[in-house]
Write a protein that binds this ligand. Structure first.
Ligand SMILES: [Zn+2]
Length: 375
C-alpha cells in the first residue's frame, strides 16, 4: 500500500516525531521497490510533485497546524524534504545517468602518465656518522646498548661518581623534569646529559666481560648556536674484563680513529679529568683536513678546524674509576678483580668536521635543500 498522509491530530512533540518518522520509513520501504528509470519518475512525482505530491500534502497540514507548533513542524518537514531529495537524486546517479558519469570520471585518468614519484629518505648526516662509528666498534666485537633519554639523578650522576653537590655536576647544564621535588634526589627525573647512564644500566644486567658501544641523544641547557644545541648526539663505549690496561684503551682507540678517519691519521692522548674515569685523557687526531700542517691550499691559508695546531680533539676517555664499579660490585664488577676503559664523543661535532659543515644548527633545521646532499 503506498503511503497516504494521515490526518494529523496529535501536535505534541512526540506526536510530530512519530508522524515524520512514519513518513520517512514509508518512503524508504517504497524506494527499495523502485527498479527502473520509469518507476523512478513516478516515485519522484509521488513524493515531490508540486501539485499534490506527498511533501506538498504535508506542507498543507503545516498551514492548518496550531500557531505554537508551526516552527517545530516546519523543522521536521525541512529535514524530511532534504532527506527525500538526496535519496531520490542519489538513486538516479547510481543508475543509467549515473553510470555514464562514472565512466567519464574514469576516462579522465590517463594511465600512460608516469606516477607520482615519492622522494626516498636518506640517512641524516649525524645518524650516518653515528652508524659508521658504531660499525667500527662492532667490527671489534662490541655490541650496541641503548637506554632511556629521561633518566634518574642516580643513573645520570650519582652512580657515575658525581656525588650530590659535586662541582662536576655544574659542567653539565642539566634540564630537569618539573615537579620532582617531593622525591629523594636520586629518584628525580632529568633529561640525560650524556649516554654514560647506559654503562651502569648495562653492568647491572650483564656480568663481565663486556664490550659495548652506546649511541644516543642527550640534552643540555645550552642555547643553540653554531657549535651548541640543547639536543645533541653522543657515542660512548665501555670495555670491562679482568686485565684491561691503558694500553688496551690506546690501541683500541688508535685503531678506531684510523678506521674512521683514514689510516694515515695519528693519535695523541693528553691528560684530562672526568669524574667517572681515572686516569682520564682527551684523544686528539692529526688534522685530516690539512694533514697536520695547520695550513691549507697553495697559499697556505690557516686551517680553521684544527685552529692551525694540526690536531683536532675527538673524544674523552679513561680507565673506569673503581668508585663506579662499586655501584655494580654485586654483579661481578669487584674493582679489585676487574678493570676497564670508557670513551665518549659527540657525533654531531664529528659530522661537522667530517663533512666540513660550519653551523651545527643546519643539522637540526630540517631544510631538505641542505640535507639532500647526503641522499
Ligand atoms: Zn687542520
Amino acid at each position: 500500500m503506498p503511503y497516504t498522509v494521515p490526518k494529523l491530530t496529535d501536535y505534541s512533540a512526540n506526536g510530530l516525531l512519530k508522524a515524520f518518522a512514519d513518513a520517512k520509513l514509508a518512503f524508504r520501504d517504497e524506494m527499495r521497490e523502485v527498479k527502473s528509470e520509469a518507476e523512478w519518475k513516478v516515485f519522484r512525482d509521488l513524493w515531490m510533485a508540486r501539485k499534490n505530491g506527498i511533501l506538498t500534502q504535508i506542507n498543507d497540514q503545516l498551514k492548518k497546524a496550531p500557531k505554537e507548533v508551526k516552527r517545530e513542524f516546519g523543522q521536521h518537514l525541512n529535514e524530511l524534504k532534504q532527506y527525500i531529495k538526496s535519496e531520490i537524486d542519489s538513486w538516479h546517479s547510481f543508475t543509467e545517468g549515473g553510470a555514464g558519469q562514472l565512466t567519464a570520471e574514469l576516462e579522465r585518468v590517463d594511465i600512460s602518465l608516469p606516477g607520482v614519484r615519492r622522494a626516498i629518505g636518506a640517512e641524516h648526516p649525524v645518524i650516518k656518522t653515528t652508524n659508521e662509528m658504531v660499525r667500527v666498534f662492532q667490527k671489534l666485537g662490541y655490541s650496541v646498548a641503548e637506554g632511556p633519554v629521561v633518566e634518574t639523578d642516580y643513573y645520570n650522576f650519582e652512580s657515575l661518581n658525581f656525588p650530590p653537590n659535586h662541582p662536576a655536576r655544574d659542567t653539565q647544564d642539566t634540564l630537569f623534569i618539573a615537579g620532582q621535588q617531593s622525591k629523594p634526589q636520586r629518584d628525580r627525573l632529568l633529561l640525560r646529559t650524556h649516554t654514560s647512564p647506559v654503562q651502569i644500566r648495562t653492568m647491572e644486567t650483564m656480568r663481565p666481560p663486556i664490550r659495548i658501544v652506546i649511541p644516543g641523544t642527550v640534552h643540555r641547557n645550552d642555547p643553540p648556536d653554531a657549535s651548541h644545541s640543547p639536543m645533541f648526539h653522543q657515542i660512548e663505549g665501555l670495555a670491562v674484563d679482568t686485565s684491561i690496561t691503558f694500553g688496551d684503551l690506546k690501541g683500541t682507540l688508535d685503531h678506531a680513529m684510523k678506521e674512521f678517519f683514514g689510516s694515515n691519521v695519528k693519535t695523541s692522548f693528553r691528560p684530562s679529568f672526568f669524574p667517572f674515569t681515572e686516569p682520564s685523557a682527551e684523544l686528539f687526531v692529526s688534522c685530516f683536513i690539512c694533514g697536520g700542517s695547520g695550513k691549507r691550499g697553495p697559499d697556505n691559508a690557516p686551517c680553521r678546524p684544527c685552529k692551525q695546531t694540526g690536531w683536532i680533539e675527538i673524544l674523552g676517555c679513561g680507565m673506569v674509576d673503581p668508585n663506579v664499579f662499586e655501584f655494580v660490585k654485586d654483579n661481578g664488577y669487584d674493582p679489585k678483580k676487574v678493570s676497564g676503559f670508557a670513551f665518549g664523543m659527540g657525533a654531531d661535532r664529528i659530522a661537522l668536521l667530517k663533512y666540513g659543515v660550519d653551523d651545527l644548527q643546519l643539522f637540526f633545521q630540517g631544510d631538505v635543500r641542505f640535507l639532500q646532499q647526503w641522499a
